[in-house]
Write a protein that binds this ligand. Structure first.
Ligand code: SF4
Length: 229
């Protein structure tokens, strides 16, 4: 499992994939990466401390992800991240959180005391597909409600049952409402959710211009950020 990488092509930054406590929700139908979660706090911290040793501050920007939300990262790891931010002159942080923590985001902003870009797994703005098919339990009604809390949506593209109209609508929303977003092309995993190859081919052809947009990142494979397995 690679847990440290440097993203050089867009939004240059270092990225670490840390271990965390179990995801608060843990029931999204497409997700099997919660297998990385643990309840052993000492073990989690030990692994995380080693991973965090890699950080150099090269771009003064750090992204911290775990298989869940940043609120599931143990306190000692958060304190170590805060020390590293000072030691390495990190000026901006990317963190990720589930919708259910929306009212706690400010606590994390207050704790780290540097600008945070908060990412959220939106997957799609189609309410039914998001909450019924994907079982995301992210029950915001519209993009305005989302923008009150979060800065950068993570979208999922290429799942059987998704339609071209849904994806067109999603791309229209993110391109017109956000300065930053991540688009994950779905890759088959151990869940019952399946990739729609025809839809993926259509998306890649139609939306290849997004890859030229420096602020929108398209992940064709789960490991395109250089972390994971
Ligand atoms: S919220 Fe994220 S980590 Fe948790 S089950 Fe859903 S996709 Fe997986």
């Amino acid at each position: 499992m690679d847990r440290y990488s440097i993203i050089e092509n867009k939004n240059q930054r270092e990225i670490v994939l840390l271990k965390g406590f179990p995801c608060v929700w843990g029931k999204c139908s497409f997700c099997d990466y919660i297998d990385d979660n643990s309840k052993l706090e000492d073990e989690i911290n030990n692994i995380n401390f080693q991973v965090l040793e890699n950080i150099t501050g090269k771009y003064k920007v750090l992204e911290v992800i775990n298989s869940g939300s940043c609120f599931e990262i143990p306190k000692d790891t958060l304190l170590r991240i805060k020390e590293i931010i000072t030691e390495k002159n990190i000026e901006k942080l990317f963190l990720e959180s589930h919708w259910c923590y929306k009212n706690k985001l400010q606590e994390m902003r207050d704790f780290f005391e540097i600008p945070i870009i908060f990412k959220i797994g939106v997957e799609t703005f189609d309410y039914e597909f998001r909450n019924v098919v994907l079982n995301k339990n992210a029950r915001f009604k519209n993009v305005e409600e989302l923008k009150e809390h979060f800065d950068s949506p993570c979208m999922l593209v290429g799942i059987k049952g998704q339609t071209k109209e849904m994806i067109d609508n999603d791309m229209d929303i993110i391109l017109n409402n956000f300065n930053h977003a991540t688009i994950n092309i779905f890759v088959n995993n151990t869940t019952d959710i399946k990739r729609d190859e025809e839809l993926v081919d259509w998306f890649i052809e139609k939306y290849k211009f997004i890859d030229k947009n420096t602020d929108f990142e398209v992940l064709y494979n789960n490991t395109d950020f250089g972390v994971g397995d």
